[in-house]
Structures are given as structure tokens and as C-alpha cells.
Design a protein around this ligand. Structure first.
Ligand code: SF4
Length: 86
């Protein structure tokens, strides 16, 4: 059996790193919110405090898991559901 190679004969590169986890914690699509806004300035950002503090999106609460797949990044560009703190 032959190993596939790319157009130039080099072995194909993996698309993601070994430890990549597909993010599923965002309520919407990051980057579709107001320009310059981020999750850290959104009223829906929730801080779940256990041994550490985990950042989650309150609008995606039904998708929260105990793992990092449902975490959000504070610096992530805002999604279309971003709202200013009240
Ligand atoms: S911008 Fe707000 S609503 Fe959107 S994913 Fe971040 S915390 Fe959730």
C-alpha cells in the first residue's frame, strides 16, 4: 500500500494539531458581532468557578460539558448575539 503525498511529493500535513478540540461553546459565529467587541465585554459571558475558572457562553448553556470543548475564549471576536453589559 502506498502512502498518499501532496502535489509536490511531500507527505500530507495534518489540518489540525493533535490536541485540537473543535469549539462548540459559542452561541453564534465568532466574528459576526460588532467590530472590536469580544466575548470578554459581552453580558452573556459566564464564569464557572471550580478548581479553576472556566469561561462559558451563557446563551449556549444547554451545550456545556465538563470539558474544554464548550469553553469560550475571552478574546474571541464577538458573535452576532453579543450584547453590552447592562
Ligand atoms: S459574544 Fe457573547 S453571546 Fe457570543 S459567544 Fe461570546 S459570550 Fe456568547
Amino acid at each position: 500500500m502506498t502512502e498518499q503525498s501532496d502535489l509536490f511529493g511531500a507527505p500530507p500535513q495534518p489540518l489540525r494539531g493533535r490536541h485540537y478540540v473543535r469549539p462548540r461553546g459559542y452561541a453564534g459565529t465568532p466574528g459576526r458581532g460588532p467590530a472590536g467587541a469580544a466575548c470578554r465585554t459581552c453580558r452573556h459571558l459566564a464564569r464557572v468557578e471550580c478548581a479553576k475558572t472556566y469561561l462559558k457562553c451563557g446563551l449556549a448553556r444547554e451545550r456545556w460539558t465538563g470539558g474544554r470543548a464548550s469553553d469560550v475564549l475571552a478574546g474571541s471576536p464577538a458573535c452576532q448575539f453579543w450584547e453590552a453589559p447592562s
